[in-house]
Each structure stands twice: as structure tokens, then as C-alpha cells.
Design a protein around this ligand. Sequence first.
Ligand SMILES: N[C@@H](CCC[C@H](N)C(=O)O)C(=O)O
Length: 275
Amino acid sequence: MEFTKMQGLGNDFILTENLMKLKRDWPNIAKKLCHRNLGIGADGLILVEPSNIAEYKMTIYNSDGSLAKMCGNGIRCFGKYLYDKRYLQKSEFSVETDSGIKHLVLKIQFNKVVSVQVDMGPPFFEPKSIPVLAQGDKVVDKYLKVIDKGFTFTALSMGNPHAVIFLDEIDNFPVEKYGPLIEKHSFFPDKVNVEFVSVKKDGSLKMRVWERGVGETQACGTGACATLVAARVKGVVNNTAKVHLKGGTLKISWKGENVLMTGPAETVFTGNVTI
Ligand SMILES: N[C@@H](CCC[C@H](N)C(=O)O)C(=O)O
């Protein structure tokens, strides 16, 4: 199987084409190929598939084999892949995902994709649509006790579920201790991606993420969007802010209904693997 290893701010993916929509055991293939010691190594496996309602369809599996409905860093890589492989020779196009159609605008300089802006659609707050087991129309500053520590979080969906937790500082926070416990908390029936966030004096946000089905990653695009939205609801940032992640910085904007995410995408290497 031919593949391209790509990354967006260090959040890395194996992209492969499934243009015939073959029904294979993709969850197990993802698990095997994403393994850091026994496989190629990546946070997720992305399939390039045909679409009847957009130019192409992106399907993404987390490294544990679970299916994710949306991936922000992954869709920027997907856009660069289509352009570099000459599947599309234009800078604006749409991509079908399991959470709807997303519109991409590629910034191209000297025939090289230097950044990708994605219209990520609107955030969803209704508990049922996230999903989170709570009453009311929004889950903002909800208290959650996890073993020895209490957290307050805001829950929302960016096509996938997020719990955003604001802390004074995150550099030394034990993400690997609390991340998996919150991810699998009974409050979140489909599990959840967890963002630990601090607000910086210059109005930007610093974020570390524990991703559902993966673990701590260098960056999460949907997580950065959820973070800006939660910070805006809290009234601590403007409607456009930089979100600093371990792997670099994303620009996130929430002006009208929809959230815009802008950032880089890079090819790491290509190869062939037997599955
Ligand atoms: N890294 C991604 C999100 C990938 C899916 C997530 N782990 C989930 O299960 O929802 C991003 O950049 O958004």
C-alpha cells in the first residue's frame, strides 16, 4: 500500500488512497500502521476517498483504531495532499468529512502550499450533540471531580467532542495523569478530547491536548478551535486569537457563525507498506 506521511504542527498522519472505497479492516490497519515501534508511526490514518457531495472525502481513524468524525490538522494535510498530487489544481475546494462539508483555501507561493485555511463550521453546544450527559442548553464551567482534583470545563463539539479546561499554568500540568481519566469519564458517552488551556497576557492562548483515541499530541486543530470558542464564551479573548500548541501556532477566528482555522501542513516522507 502506498502512503504519504504528513504532519500539521507535529500532529502526524499516514495518508493513503481508497478511491475504490474498498471495505477493509481499516480500524486494525490504522492501529498497526500508527504504532510508533511496530509500524510507520502516526497519530492517525487518513483515507482519501471519492465523494458525491464535495471534491473528495476525508475519513480518519485515530491511532487506537477508533473512527473520528473530524480532524483539523488532518484536513489541512489532506488539502495539501490533493494539491501536491495534482488531484486538484485550484486553491479553493470542499472536502466531505463525517461531520459535514468543509471549505479549504490554500495559500500557494511558487507552487508550494504554505498554509491552509479551513472553514470548520459552527461550534455546537447542545449537550446531546457533543455528547455530554448534562441538562440545559450549554455546558459552561461545569465542575468535575477526578480522583483528587476538581476541574471546571466547557464542553462543545467542533464536529468531534471537546472539554476545555482553563488553568493558571499548563507547562508542568500532569496531562498524562488526568487526560485519560477525563477522556473516559462517564460524563462523556463517546469519550472526549481534553484541552488544558492558559490565557496569556497578550490575548493569545496556550494549549496542551489529550486526544481521544491517541493520547497527548503535539497539536489538535479542532481542539484549538474549541479552545478559542470556549475562551470567547468566557469573555477572556477577542474573536481572533493565536493558539500556541506544543508543535507550533494556529490562528483561529470566530466572527460570524463559523470558526476559521489557519495553519501549515507538511509532507514528511512517502513509502510503501505491506498490510
Ligand atoms: N488531531 C485532530 C483530531 C483527531 C480526532 C480526535 N482524536 C477525535 O477522536 O475526535 C485535530 O487536529 O483536530
